[in-house]
Ligand binder design. Structure first.
Ligand code: NAI
Length: 331
């Protein structure tokens, strides 16, 4: 039998936490043959609720779930973890300045980075979900210098999946037949959902999405804004943020990273820029990536037109501003 993998979920008593822990325990994240031990962290005000989640995990009798740690102690939570899904954070509340929210999250990610640095397994892979996701991931790296850069990522797979979903709805085709959309940049409303390389599997072979949709006005307009603003639309409808789809996307992100992307298919991940596509190094930026044997690499050589260039640079600019705001909070 395989050794269990230790999966940390921070903010585990929250909405995404409640949606993701059963997915992890069922093998959605690491496959149906991989036993797991769940490490769940939350803060004192949520300690009772976290106990409740643990009770439900016991009651669900998941065969793959070999242990549950539910704690408000960050050191205990990080001990020996192989995968860290960072969902906990400080949400923006009405009337709060951007800088105040940033400053709260910077201090959370600084503390948690130090705990991961000291106590996580040496091969630990990190996925930051909590917003501002790209910048929280940068701060985490800053305070966890021994975790390799390539092991620190942030979630833009939800945006990627939303783009696939919009194309599938528009063309009335199965979502599994649509592939190779790209989310460039920040997980924010400046992200750029790009369909220039996306294809659909049809009975007469793979066809470009642009050719099948045949409506550039929609593709360059409403399609982009719908994906960019989908999170707000869900909040409006549900009065709560998107938790089910975020949890599912986080599982997709880790699964593809660990087990590999299918041949000929790429996905979007927020990763360290190495300067590819002229994006400044030192930012965590969403790129198209393929994964193999636990390693991601940025897809190279895609043609970038002028429209795309402008949007890719605009979201990079926002990330640079976020980065300087975050670093100013450190001082
Ligand atoms: P939520 O408010 O329901 O849950 C957050 C949980 O984090 C709460 O239980 C809270 O007690 C906990 N928490 C706060 N500070 C903590 C700390 N220092 N350590 C550990 N836990 C802590 O929020 P929800 O809906 O689960 O969303 C979580 C985060 O994910 C938010 O920042 C949200 O903006 C972000 N998000 C990101 C998405 C993405 O695609 N990257 C998509 C959807 C949400």
């Amino acid at each position: 039998a395989r050794d269990p993998v230790r999966v940390l979920v921070t903010g585990a008593a929250g909405q995404i936490g409640y949606a993701i822990v059963p997915m992890v325990a069922r093998g959605v994240m690491l496959g149906p043959d991989q036993p797991v031990i769940l490490h769940m962290l939350d803060i004192e005000p949520a300690a009772e609720a976290l106990k409740g989640v643990k009770m439900e995990l016991i009651d669900a009798a998941f065969p793959l779930l070999k242990g549950i740690i539910a704690t408000t102690d960050v050191v205990e939570a990080c001990m020996g973890v192989n995968i860290a899904v960072m969902v906990g954070g400080f949400p923006r509340k009405e009337g709060m300045e951007r800088k105040d929210v940033m400053s709260r999250n910077v201090s959370i990610y600084k503390a948690q980075a130090s705990a991961l640095e000291k106590h996580a397994a040496p091969d630990c892979k990190v996925l930051v979900v909590a917003n501002p996701a790209n910048t929280n991931a940068l701060i985490l790296k800053e305070f966890a210098p021994s975790i390799p850069q390539k092991h620190i990522t942030c979630l833009t797979r939800l945006d990627h999946n939303r783009a696939l979903g919009q194309i599938s709805q528009r063309l009335d085709v199965e979502v599994s037949d649509v592939k190779n959309v790209i989310i460039w940049g920040n997980h924010s409303s400046t992200q750029y959902p790009d369909v220039n390389h996306a294809t659909v599997k049809t009975s007469s072979g793979e066809k470009p999405v642009r050719e099948l949709v045949a409506d550039d006005k929609w593709l360059n307009g409403d399609f982009i804004t719908t994906v960019q603003q989908r999170g707000a639309a869900i909040i409006k409808a549900r009065k709560l943020s998107s938790a089910l789809s975020a949890a599912s996307a986080a599982c997709d992100h880790i699964r593809d990273w660990v087990l590999g992307t299918p041949k000929g298919t790429w996905v979007s991940m927020g990763v360290y820029s190495d300067g590819s596509y002229g994006i400044p190094p030192g930012l965590i930026y969403s790129f198209p990536v393929t994964c193999e044997k636990g390693k991601w690499s940025i897809v190279q050589g895609l043609k970038i037109d002028e429209f795309s260039r402008g949007k890719m640079d605009a979201t990079a600019k926002e990330l640079m501003e976020e980065k300087s705001l975050a670093y100013s909070c450190l001082n």
